[in-house]
Design a binder for this molecule. Structure first.
Ligand SMILES: *[C@@H]1O[C@H](CO)[C@@H](O)[C@H](O)[C@H]1NC(C)=O
Ligand SMILES: *[C@@H]1O[C@H](CO)[C@@H](O)[C@H](O)[C@H]1NC(C)=O
Ligand SMILES: *[C@@H]1O[C@H](CO)[C@@H](O)[C@H](O)[C@H]1NC(C)=O
Ligand SMILES: *[C@@H]1O[C@H](CO)[C@@H](O)[C@H](O)[C@H]1NC(C)=O
Ligand SMILES: *[C@@H]1O[C@H](CO)[C@@H](O)[C@H](O)[C@H]1NC(C)=O
Ligand SMILES: *[C@@H]1O[C@H](CO)[C@@H](O)[C@H](O)[C@H]1NC(C)=O
Ligand SMILES: *[C@@H]1O[C@H](CO)[C@@H](O)[C@H](O)[C@H]1NC(C)=O
Ligand SMILES: *[C@@H]1O[C@H](CO)[C@@H](O)[C@H](O)[C@H]1NC(C)=O
Ligand SMILES: *[C@@H]1O[C@H](CO)[C@@H](O)[C@H](O)[C@H]1NC(C)=O
Length: 633
C-alpha cells in the first residue's frame, strides 16, 4: 500500500517536532496539550493519546488516523502562527508584502477553524494568488523545514563549527549538571564582518533525547541555551552523558519562510482531507515530483476522463500486480523516500470456484480484497494512477490459487503494517534517508529520526509504539514489545553493543508478531504486520511462485515497493506493443498498461531487472537523488 497515512504522520511529526519557529521550543507536553485542545474526544489528556487504542480500532482506523492528522496538523499551524504573529512586526521581511499578508490573514482565521481541510484550501487559494505576484528564486518549498544535522558534542567538550551561509565561526560547548540534569549550551559566535544581521541568521537547534532548545544567532557574540533532562532515568542519563547534544541548523533565517514551507508541505496532503485529488493538489504534487525526484519521465496530464477497459478474463490473471501512484501527498512522498515512482502494490486473485476477479491489498482499512470492477471504479473516481504489471506466464503456471487464498484468508482484516513499515524501508544506517534539492546536501538523518521517535514516545506513546516501538523491541531482543524507546536504545547499546543507527538496520523477521488488532475481533492479539508490498510478496511466496531455494529464504517484510517491482518476475510479452489493444490505443507511450488516472505514470527504468535471490533487499540503499545507485540491493 501506500504507507500513506503512516508516512504522513511521520512527516507531520517531523514538521511539528522541528518547527522552524525556534524562538519557542515545543515540548512533547505542549504538543500533547495542543492536540488535545483541537480534538478532546479522541485524545483524552489523562490516558496516553491513542489513535490506535483497541476501542477506536474496531470503529474505523482510517477515520481515527485522519482525525489525528487533522489535530496534529492544526496544532502545528496554530502554534506556528501564534509564534509568528507574536514576532511579526509588520515591516522587516525579505519577502513580498502580499505573501506576508496572506499568511497573516490565514493565521488570524486558524485558531477558530477546526477543519484543517477548509483552512488549507483557503491558504492554497491565497498562496496561488500571492505566488503569481512573487518573483525571484526561492528555497525548495517542500520539507525545507527539516534542519541539517551538524554533529554531536558530548559535554564538556567544545566543538568549533564553520557555518557557510552567514560565514559564522561558532564554538559550542555544552555543560551537564549531573545533579539537576540541566544542560547549558554556550555558543560563542564570530562573524568577520561583525555586523548583526537579521537577514542572515543561524537558526540553531539542539536536542538531547526528546528535549530541545534553540538559538537565533544574528552576529558576533555569546549566546546561551539550556535544556533539562531527567537524570533519574538511567537510559536518559546515559544518553545525555554518552551521546551528547545533537546540533542542527535550519536552512532559512526567517521564521516566516519556515511557516510558508510548512504550509506548502501540508498542502501536498490536501486530498487526504478532502477525499479526492483536486487538480490544484495534483499540480502541487507533480511540482514536488519534478523538483525532488530525478526519476523521469515525470507525470503529464492526460485528456480527462481516461478510462481503459481491459478484459477481466483474458487480460488480468492470478498474481498480476498493480502499481499505484496517487497525487495526494502521500503517494509521491512515499515513492520519493523509497527511491521509486510507485506508492502502492496490489495483486489480482480469482475466486477459486466462481472465477470472479478480486484485488487484494494491505491499505489503511486493513488487509482487504475487493471485486476488481468495484475496485477499479473507486480508483478511477479518486483519480488514482494505476498500471498493470503482469506476472510472467511460467510463474503464473505454477501459481497455486487455493494456496494463495489460504494465505490471504489468514490475513484478511489484519491491521495495515504500520508496525514495521519504517523498518522495511530503512535497510542502511543513512543511505535510505532522502536528500533535498537543490544541492542535495540537506538530508533526513538518523539523528533526526531518533529524535522524532523519542519525541513521539514522550507525547503520544501509543503512536510511537505502533510506528517504531514494537519493532525496536524486537530488534533489541528485549523480550517484550512495550519497553519505552529510550530504554530500548539503551538496552541495545548495553547488551548488544549496538548503536541506534545499527539497531534500525537489523532486518525484519517474517516470524515476528506485533500487538495488533483484527477487524471484527475485539481486543488485541499478536499478528504479523505486512505493508502492501510485503503482503504481495508473501502471497506470491505462498502461491509457490518463488522456486524452492527462495521460498523459505526470502524476507517479505523487507520487500518494499521498489524491491517488489524490481524483481525479474514479470511478463515482457504483455508490455509495450504486447499490451491489450485498449491500452495501446489510449496510451501509445507507456511500456505498461495504465488502467486509471488523469496523469501518465511510469515505473522506474530498472523494474523487472533483478533476479530473485535468497535474502534479497535486506541492505538496500535508496538515497534520493541517485535513483539507480542501488548499493547493496
Ligand atoms: C560569506 O563569504 C562569502 C565569500 O567570502 C561571501 O561571498 C558572502 O557574501 C559572505 N556571506 C555573508 C552573509 O557575509
Ligand atoms: C548543579 O546545580 C545545582 C543546583 O542549581 C548547583 O547547586 C550545583 O553547584 C551544580 N553543579 C555543578 C557542577 O555546576
Ligand atoms: C562585534 O560587535 C558587537 C556588537 O554588535 C560587539 O559587542 C563586539 O565587541 C564586537 N566584536 C568585535 C570583535 O569587534
Ligand atoms: C520545478 O517544477 C516545476 C513544475 O514542474 C518546473 O516548472 C520547474 O522548472 C522545476 N524547477 C526545477 C529547478 O527543476
Ligand atoms: C468501460 O466500462 C464501463 C463499465 O463497464 C462502461 O460504462 C464504459 O462505457 C466503458 N468505457 C469504455 C471507454 O469502454
Ligand atoms: C468463492 O466464491 C464462493 C461463492 O460465492 C464462496 O463460497 C467462496 O468462499 C469463495 N472462495 C474464496 C476463496 O473466496
Ligand atoms: C495447491 O495448494 C493446495 C493448498 O495448499 C494444496 O492442497 C495443493 O496440493 C496445491 N496444488 C498443487 C498443484 O501443488
Ligand atoms: C498489547 O496491548 C494491550 C493494550 O495496549 C496491552 O494490555 C497488552 O499487554 C499488550 N500485549 C503485549 C504482548 O505487549
Ligand atoms: C538463505 O540464503 C542465505 C544467503 O544467501 C544462505 O546463506 C542460506 O544458506 C540460505 N538458507 C536456506 C535455508 O536456503
Amino acid at each position: 500500500m501506500a504507507l500513506w497515512r503512516s508516512l504522513l504522520l511521520v512527516v507531520a511529526m517531523i514538521a511539528i517536532a522541528t518547527r522552524p519557529l525556534v524562538e519557542a521550543s515545543l515540548t512533547a507536553e505542549d504538543f500533547r496539550a495542543e492536540v488535545h485542545r483541537v480534538d478532546p474526544s479522541i485524545f483524552p489528556l489523562q490516558r496516553p493519546l491513542s489513535p490506535f487504542s483497541t476501542e477506536t480500532h474496531t470503529m474505523d482506523v482510517s477515520n481515527v488516523v485522519q482525525r489525528f492528522f487533522n489535530a496534529a496538523g492544526l496544532a502545528l499551524l496554530n502554534s506556528c502562527c501564534r509564534d509568528w504573529m507574536h514576532s511579526y512586526d509588520g515591516a522587516a521581511s525579505s519577502v513580498s508584502a502580499q505573501y506576508e499578508e496572506m499568511i497573516f490573514d490565514a493565521c488570524k482565521m486558524l485558531p477558530d477553524e477546526h477543519d484543517l481541510g477548509a483552512a488549507l484550501s483557503l491558504l492554497q487559494l491565497r498562496r496561488a494568488t500571492a505566488q503569481a505576484t512573487t518573483d525571484g528564486e526561492q528555497d525548495p518549498p517542500y520539507f525545507g523545514f527539516i534542519p541539517k544535522f551538524l554533529g554531536r558534542i558530548v559535554a564538556p567538550a567544545t566543538a568549533v563549527l564553520e557555518i557557510t551561509p552567514c560565514n559564522t565561526t561558532m564554538s559550542v560547548q555544552p555543560l551537564l549538571n549531573a545533579t539537576t540534569g540541566v544542560i547549558t549550551i554556550r555558543v560563542d559566535a564570530f562573524r568577520a564582518t561583525n555586523s548583526s544581521s537579521i537577514i542572515c541568521v543561524d537558526n540553531m537547534w539542539f536536542s538531547v533525547g526528546a528535549k530541545t532548545s534553540s538559538l537565533r544567532i544574528e552576529g558576533t557574540g555569546s549566546y546561551v541555551a539550556s535544556l533539562a533532562v531527567d537524570m533519574t532515568s538511567e537510559s536518559i542519563a546515559w544518553d545525555a552523558s554518552t551521546n551528547g547534544v545533537r546540533v542542527y541548523r535550519f536552512a532559512h533565517s526567517d521564521p516566516w519562510v519556515g511557516l510558508v514551507q510548512i504550509v506548502d508541505t501540508l498542502l501536498l496532503f490536501l486530498p487526504q482531507l478532502t477525499g479526492h485529488t483536486d487538480p490544484v493538489s495534483a499540480l502541487s504534487n507533480v511540482n514536488f515530483i519534478s523538483n525532488y525526484s530525478l526519476m523521469t519521465p515525470y507525470p503529464i496530464p492526460r485528456p480527462f476522463p481516461y478510462v481503459v477497459n481491459v478484459s477481466t478474463t483474458s487480460d488480468i490473471h492470478d498474481g498480476d500486480l498493480f502499481a499505484k501512484m496517487d497525487l495526494d501527498g502521500i503517494g509521491p512522498i512515499e515513492a520519493f523516500a523509497q527511491g521509486t515512482t510507485s506508492g502502492h502494490t496490489a495483486f489480482a486473485l480469482r475466486n477459486t470456484t466462481t472465477g470472479e476477479l478480486f484485488v487484494c491489498e494491505s491499505v489503511a482499512q486493513g488487509i482487504i480484497c475487493t471485486l476488481y470492477d468495484v475496485w477499479i471504479q473507486q480508483k478511477q473516481s479518486f483519480g488514482s494512477n494505476i498500471v498493470l504489471v503482469p506476472l510472467d506466464p511460467s510463474l503464473r503456471a505454477v501459481f497455486n490459487n487455493s494456496a494463495a487464498w489460504e494465505h490471504v484468508n489468514k490475513f484478511l482484516g489484519n491491521q495495515y503494517g504500520y508496525f514495521n513499515f519504517f523498518f522495511g524501508w530503512v535497510d542502511t544506517e543513512e543511505k535510505n534517508f532522502p536528500c533535498f534539492p537543490w544541492e542535495w546536501k540537506r538530508c533526513l538523518s538518523s539523528e533526526l529520526v531518533e529524535f522524532v521517535m523519542l519525541f513521539l514516545d514522550a507525547s503520544v506513546p501509543e503512536v510511537a509504539s505502533t510506528f517504531f516501538g514494537q519493532a525496536l523491541n524486537h530488534r533489541a531482543q528485549t523480550g517484550v514489545l512495550d519497553m519505552p524507546i529510550s530504554d530500548v536504545i539503551y538496552a541495545a547499546s548495553k547488551h548488544l553493543a549496538m548503536s541506534f543507527k545499527r539497531l534500525m538496520t537489523v532486518p525484519e523477521d517474517d516470524a515476528w508478531l506485533y500487538n495488533s488488532t483484527k477487524r471484527g475481533v475485539p481486543g488485541r492479539q499478536l499478528l504479523p504486520s505486512e505493508v502492501c508490498s510485503s503482503f504481495a510478496c508473501s502471497t506470491l511466496r505462498a502461491a509457490g511462485v518463488f522456486d524452492a531455494s527462495i521460498h523459505s529464504n526470502i524476507t517479505c517484510t523487507e520487500i518494499d515497493v521498489y524491491d517488489m517491482f524490481s524483481m525479474s518476475i514479470f511478463d515482457t510479452t504483455r508490455m509495450g506493443d504486447g499490451r491489450p489493444t485498449a491500452c495501446l490505443a489510449a496510451d501509445p507511450h507507456n511500456n505498461l498498461c495504465q488502467l486509471s488516472g488523469g496523469w501518465t505514470f511510469h515505473l522506474v527504468e530498472d523494474m523487472n531487472t533483478r533476479p530473485v535471490t535468497p535474502q534479497m533487499s535486506l541492505h538496500c540503499a535508496s538515497r534520493n537523488p541517485v535513483p539507480y545507485d542501488r548499493e547493496g540491493c
